[in-house]
Design a protein around this ligand. Structure first.
Ligand code: HEC
Ligand code: HEC
Ligand code: HEC
Ligand code: HEC
Ligand code: HEC
Length: 437
């Protein structure tokens, strides 16, 4: 080998070694100073828990059950809600373990300091991962079980805050217009992205998709859809009022998913003959959600499946589509793609199949809390109970390809009072939302 080649070889090795050392240093610096296991940034109003509070005068406990002794209807609604399960939720527990039980999660999932065993006094260098902690003498373990309990939203410094200026209650009350605006929801439903994270709207950032959207413009608040109106006493035996049901149904409730998305399957108007290549169209319309679908947790997705099924029941062909956001989590968090459906928008999915007698077309739409792969990981590594519900079937149609025609098939869609195209009755209750500061 000529010596010139050999020195070129050596300098190439030197160069590669140099690059490797440089990369190692960069990775080390990155891991040491930049990489943050926490998938969101800090925002002043959720970085602190709601400060420890005394039990309001006239009451004996902060527990939801005790509020329920006078607010029985609201208590029953809350008890069935995801908010009531925000701590016990097996998905929360599994992910919290995955995230090394980091304190910050608690400020939204168990928002009262009384629900947290430790107080956070300071953050070293302003970093989520460097909290200065102290034991919390007012920690109430039973209250922690209640997740986003009544007091988390209503009790501040021993006083019960609410939407009325004229309440006559056996406990101190204070009026706050926030309860009839989106500000109360913004607090937790708008997670900002952190440094070196490239999201278009952070995880669980539903508010971001709602503000400036068609529903916000019409004066809807989150409550319009998630806390339906009810004329009834706010407290047992009290005066009848305009109240709101404390339901907060969302992606864990098939009724709400049906309300969000209208699904329509159509074939060629004039029908088809055996042997034709028949085009079918599935149209999904986000007619009932004030934000994108899916929203919130980036694990969520819709799955559309077209299947051609032979006379023996065997699947001949399958085509799948997914509606979601695709995020790469490591080494930096970056959203590479998203195709979620904005409010009032529609999307068509086409599938063509040869019409052979005895063959069928099966079309399904499902909503998934998370992927099977991710679920298996949570089961094996983080103790998720295997029977935790992970999806809902929203629509399923089977078309006989020998039949020669298909009447349009429709499932889901918003009920009349929430239909954006219908007139909203003016009850004086759908007040325009105050824009949070
Ligand atoms: C002994 C009965 C009783 C208990 C216990 C009770 N409340 Fe009340 N509460 C009332 C009554 C009565 C009213 C007034 C209703 C009205 O004016 O229509 C009221 C009003 C309210 C209001 C509206 C206040 C406003 O100004 O808008 C809220 C919110 C509220 N209660 C929350 C709670 C919570 C949270 C708890 C538990 C920590 C609780 N209540 C426990 C009886 C009770
Ligand atoms: C996630 C926050 C949140 C939680 C948790 C919560 N509330 Fe409310 N509550 C609200 C909002 C928002 C309103 C205002 C609804 C409206 O516009 O009428 C409200 C209103 C009320 C009212 C006045 C009647 C009404 O519907 O306007 C009472 C009483 C009340 N809540 C009691 C309770 C009790 C009791 C619990 C627990 C069982 C509870 N709340 C849990 C947010 C919450
Ligand atoms: C203290 C924080 C907090 C506040 C305030 C709050 N939420 Fe939530 N919300 C959460 C958390 C945390 C979850 C998820 C809990 C879980 O699944 O573990 C959630 C879940 C939900 C869901 C999903 C339900 C489902 O079926 O998946 C809806 C809808 C919702 N909230 C609506 C609202 C609305 C509307 C408001 C304002 C009136 C509000 N929330 C206020 C923290 C909050
Ligand atoms: C026009 C009615 C409407 C309005 C306004 C609305 N939502 Fe929803 N929301 C829905 C429907 C319907 C669903 C069910 C579809 C879904 O889960 O994707 C839903 C789902 C959700 C979910 C569940 C996400 C999951 O885990 O699957 C959350 C969280 C939520 N909404 C929060 C909010 C917040 C916060 C606001 C206000 C900023 C709001 N919504 C405004 C109708 C509405
Ligand atoms: C700023 C408030 C906030 C913080 C902080 C927060 N969450 Fe949440 N979390 C939410 C909201 C709001 C939802 C509901 C979104 C939805 O339903 O899609 C939610 C939903 C979830 C869910 C989905 C629950 C389900 O049933 O599928 C998990 C899991 C979760 N959070 C875990 C965590 C963990 C772990 C942390 C800490 C690393 C954390 N959260 C911190 C607000 C928060």
């Amino acid at each position: 080998m000529p010596s010139g080649d050999r020195s070129g070889y050596r300098s190439a090795i030197k160069f590669i070694a140099g690059v490797a050392v440089f990369l190692a240093v960069v990775v080390w610096l990155y891991a040491r100073y930049v990489y943050n296991p926490v998938i969101f940034g800090l925002r002043d109003d959720f970085v602190h828990a709601v400060p420890n509070t005394e039990i309001p005068d006239g009451l004996t406990s902060l527990s939801a059950e005790s509020c329920g002794s006078c607010h029985s209807a609201i208590y029953a609604e809350w008890k069935g809600s995801i908010h009531a399960h925000a701590w016990k939720d097996p998905y929360f527990q599994a992910y919290w373990k995955h995230d090394d039980h980091i304190w910050i999660c608690l400020n939204c999932h168990t928002p009262l300091e009384n629900q947290q065993p430790e107080r956070i006094l300071d953050l070293k260098g302003g970093r989520i991962t460097k909290p200065v902690k102290a034991d919390n003498p007012m920690f109430d373990e039973a209250l922690r079980e209640e997740g986003i309990t009544c007091a988390g939203c209503h009790v501040r410094d021993g006083v019960i805050h609410g939407p009325y200026a004229d309440a006559k209650a056996p406990h101190p009350t204070a009026y706050d217009p926030m309860y009839r605006s989106t500000k109360i929801c913004y607090w937790c439903h708008q997670v900002p992205s952190g440094p070196f994270q490239f999201y278009n709207g952070g995880p669980c950032a539903t508010f971001f998709e709602f503000e400036d959207g068609p529903y916000a413009k019409r004066g809807f608040t989150c409550q319009t859809c998630h806390m339906p109106e009810a004329r009834r006493p706010a407290a047992d035996g009290g005066p009848v009022r305009d109240t709101r049901q404390h339901l907060w149904h969302g992606g864990h409730f098939p009724d709400m998913l049906h309300q969000a998305v209208q699904m329509k399957l159509t074939g060629p108007e004039g029908g088809w003959k055996p042997g034709d290549e028949v085009p079918f169209t599935l149209t999904l319309t986000n007619g009932g959600a004030g934000h994108k679908i899916p929203t919130g947790d980036p694990d969520r997705y819709f799955r559309i499946t077209f299947q051609e099924i032979g006379p023996d029941g065997k699947v001949v062909d399958t085509e799948r589509h997914t509606i979601t956001r695709w995020i790469i989590w490591k080494p930096i968090i970056i959203e590479v793609y998203e195709n979620r459906i904005p409010p009032l928008a529609s999307r068509d999915y086409h599938y063509a199949v040869t019409a052979r007698p005895g063959y069928k077309l099966k079309v399904t739409v499902g909503y998934h809390i998370l992927t099977q792969r991710q679920k298996r990981r949570l089961i094996h590594r983080y103790g998720l109970p295997p029977d935790t519900v992970d999806h809902f079937d929203l629509a399923e149609w089977t078309v006989d390809l020998g039949s020669g025609h298909l009447e349009p098939q429709v499932a889901g869609g918003p009920p009349a009072p929430l239909d954006p195209l219908a007139d909203i009755p003016d009850t004086g209750h759908c007040m325009p939302h105050g824009h949070p500061a």
